[in-house]
Design a protein around this ligand. Structure first.
Ligand code: C2O
Ligand code: CU
Ligand code: CU
Length: 533
């Protein structure tokens, strides 16, 4: 009598385990796509050259777009209803970016990854009020890189980006010109902005905070739902941006095909790296070369590879496991021979850790510091500028609009726009030791610089992270040491930001401010105040 019961029990257990496994690791969240929509390619813009300066006009405004058949979605975009043009910049040129805010709320525009003076950076301090415009002027002096732009108003960045305000900004230079790589925009050089969205029944975007951030179960690629891309059956270059508010993607092809990663956030790798996965956290970019000369169709996908505990947590937390179909690619007969695979792409001299003037701890999601400097602190001696300087007083600049009940701190503090958190000496090399004491991964972003990853938990970075980075994913418990050189743009008043690029974390205060100054000691005599520029 006992045996059948045990067998029955075992069967039930086995079946439930298999079902769970299937639900969590096999089932695709957005299964059943028929890929009937041509992938939209954002317009590219070279601007206009006026008296030697390349000028771009960007108008941010509301719009409507049909993403899902028969449903109109209220949106916001740049020079159009959703996303913005891909801006093409060249190293060595001077640019003016004129941003007109036609929204009915304040915005800013940040050039993510670009080395620019602090008052041109488009941080929360460079406010553009409704109906007003703001111009960022700077020289492009960094190497070819796939950068992007997005609003950065404190407390509402996530909402504005979610509605559609962001775009790509690519730098070219002599080095990239000389490389035998696909360069025909939209033909063999394909921009791919990856975003997850949640839709209401009437087609409106649903901005719903779950697990502290905003996730969606519907994928938009360049703002296209259920997208198909026809390419010639040869080597195709994709420049990927994770433009999502919070979701991390583990990207590969459904047929397991290998491809070559050729770039990171800030430019080319030294050599193509053969792989079948790239990991992209919010804010990160990569470029890949994929050979379609076999003529076989493939689906670009994201896989549930965050790790067992994380993936099960995401499943039961209701944000999906990240098992997602992204884009179907259908090769067509080629009109020309394929580009080769360059042996070398660039040279990346390693920054010498022995030359670092300073190591700065950056503790993500650690304990909240008590007192005026900590969470919710106001007024008092806010900044630690130089040696015991009386810093900017609290009160100006406004408080974070909280997305959730509690902000996640960096070094025990949540963002205060009137407080300078760190002061860097112009010309210094610094090591930032980023540790994650929390239970979820945080992509850590630093403005102004491109950095190198020295090590992760004492081990050298993987080949895929050995390029220039401005955003680095820091999983729970990890210590990532990054090294960077602050070789330009001192400003004793206007700070740059460092923050988690999960936009709801950032909006909720997971951000800090640093000044770059010629002599930090001077600041202690003349208290700085945070200015907008
Ligand atoms: Cu992509 Cu501070 O930003
Ligand atoms: Cu940035
Ligand atoms: Cu975060």
């Amino acid at each position: 009598m006992l045996k059948p019961t045990i067998i029955g029990l075992l069967t039930v257990v086995l079946l439930s385990v298999l079902t769970c496994y299937w639900l969590i690791f096999i089932r695709v969240t957005n299964a059943g796509l028929t890929f009937e929509n041509e992938l939209q390619i954002p317009e590219q813009s070279f601007g206009t050259v006026v008296e030697g300066r390349r000028q771009f006009h960007l108008t941010v405004a509301e719009g409507t777009r049909e993403f899902l058949p028969g449903r109109q979605t209220p949106t916001a975009g740049v020079n159009g209803p959703y996303l913005g043009p891909t801006l093409r910049l060249r190293r060595g040129e001077d640019v003016d970016l004129v941003v007109q805010n036609n929204l009915d709320e304040m915005t800013t525009m940040h050039w993510h990854g670009m080395h620019v003076p602090a008052r041109m950076d488009g941080t929360p301090h460079q406010r553009i009020e409704p109906g007003e415009s703001w111009t960022a002027s700077f020289e492009v002096h960094q190497q070819a890189a796939p950068l992007w732009y997005h609003p950065h108003p404190h407390g509402t960045t996530g909402r504005q980006v979610y509605r559609g305000v962001s775009g790509l900004m690519w730098i070219d230079d002599d080095e990239s010109d000389a490389l035998d790589l696909p360069k025909t925009y939209g033909v063999d050089d394909i921009p791919l902005v990856i975003q997850d969205r949640e839709f209401d029944g009437d087609g409106a975007f649903r901005f719903a905070v779950n697990q502290g951030a905003v996730y969606g179960s519907t994928m938009l690629l360049n703002g296209t739902w259920s997208p198909l891309l026809r390419v010639e059956a040869r080597r195709i270059r994709f420049r990927l941006l994770n433009g999502s508010n919070a979701r991390i993607y583990y990207i590969g092809f459904d047929d397991g095909r290998e491809f070559h990663q050729i770039a990171t956030d800030g430019g080319f790798l030294e050599a193509p790296l053969q792989t079948n996965r790239v990991i992209l956290a919010p804010g990160e970019r990569t470029e890949i070369l994929v050979d379609f000369s076999d003529g076989a169709e493939a689906v670009l996908k994201s896989y549930p590879e965050a790790g067992l505990v994380e993936t099960i947590g995401s499943y039961f937390g209701g944000i999906g496991t990240g098992n997602l179909q992204l884009l179907k690619i259908v090769p067509q007969p080629p009109s020309r021979v394929s580009h080769g695979l360059p042996e070398r792409l660039s040279s990346i001299p390693r920054i010498d850790a022995a030359q670092a003037a300073k190591a700065r701890p950056m503790v993500l999601a650690g304990p909240v510091q008590r007192g005026p400097e900590g969470q919710g602190g106001r007024g008092g001696r806010a900044a630690r500028v130089g040696q015991g300087a009386q810093g900017p007083q609290g009160g100006q600049g406004g408080r974070a609009r909280r997305v959730g009940p509690l902000g996640i701190p960096i070094n025990g503090k949540t963002m205060d726009m009137a407080r300078i958190d760190e002061v860097v000496r112009l010309g210094d090399i610094e090591i930032w030791e980023v540790t994650n004491r929390g239970g979820q991964p945080h992509p850590f972003h630093v403005h102004l610089v491109q950095f190198q990853i020295l090590d992760r938990n004492g081990r050298p970075p993987s080949a895929s992270e050995r390029g220039w980075k401005d955003t680095v994913l820091v999983p729970p418990g990890d210590l990532v040491r990054i090294i960077m050189r602050f070789d330009r743009y001192a400003d004793p008043q206007v700070p740059y930001m460092y923050h988690c690029h999960i936009m709801e974390h950032e909006d909720n205060g997971m951000m800090g401010q640093f000044l770059v100054v010629e002599d930090p000691a001077l600041l202690s005599n003349s208290p700085s105040h945070v200015a907008g520029g």
